[in-house]
Design a protein around this ligand. Structure first.
Ligand SMILES: [Zn+2]
Length: 205
């Protein structure tokens, strides 16, 4: 047991404590970004999320690099990573609600997200596109924080388009993730079709 635990990053025990993951789930969640994206930046970003090493205002305030610790979006709570990414921030919550409406309109399938899904991804099912979108959504939230703008679903769709082009470029060189790219093409077409009507095609996430 000790040997097994020693193979996991140090952040694993914190995640295990917070979300009660099994050893197999912990392994799975650290591997997941490598299964759904070929872009090193996206993989590295999720690594920072899992290890809680992004410099939020709470962290910056502690080391004297910020004059306050408040959330960039709502300005009424300390800006910790879980606050920014999870439902405790009203601005992030509104964004995730719109994300779910968008996801449902593309797939016509309902998913009941649980809190941990937004941090680590959806572990129970094989849903590469959904997990990819969850990664990009977190990067988008972080970009909004950096630009001091409020997140919105149209900004997220624009981000998907940019990321799709990068993913497509790297993926074609590596000849990896053909299936994910095919799904992304459908999603990008859906996102930018008139009234999202033309391409409603039960995209599988
Ligand atoms: Zn907030």
């Amino acid at each position: 047991m000790i040997g097994k635990k020693a193979q996991l990053p140090s952040a694993a025990s914190k995640l295990q404590k917070e979300f009660n993951f099994s050893f197999d789930q912990l392994k799975q969640l650290f591997i997941l970004p490598h299964k759904v994206t070929v872009e090193p930046y996206v993989r590295a970003f999720q690594y920072k999320v899992l290890n809680s090493i992004l410099y939020t205002n709470s962290k910056l305030y502690k080391i004297g690099y910020s004059q306050h610790d408040l959330c960039t979006f709502c300005t009424s709570h300390p800006e910790k990573l879980n606050h920014l990414v999870l439902y405790s921030c009203p601005c992030s919550k509104a964004f995730w609600n719109d994300f779910e409406v968008f996801r449902f309109s593309a797939t016509l399938k309902k998913i009941n997200f649980i809190r941990q899904d937004f941090i680590v991804g959806v572990l129970l099912r094989s849903c590469s596109l959904l997990n990819y979108l969850l990664l990009i959504a977190k990067i988008y939230l972080w970009d909004c924080r950096r630009n001091q703008s409020h997140p919105n679903i149209n900004g997220f769709k624009a981000k998907i388009l940019i990321k799709y082009e990068t993913e497509n470029y790297i993926g074609r060189i590596n000849k990896k993730m053909e299936l994910l790219r095919e799904k992304l093409v459908k999603l990008v077409n859906f996102s930018f079709s008139v009234n999202n009507v033309m391409y409603i095609s039960n995209i599988v996430m």
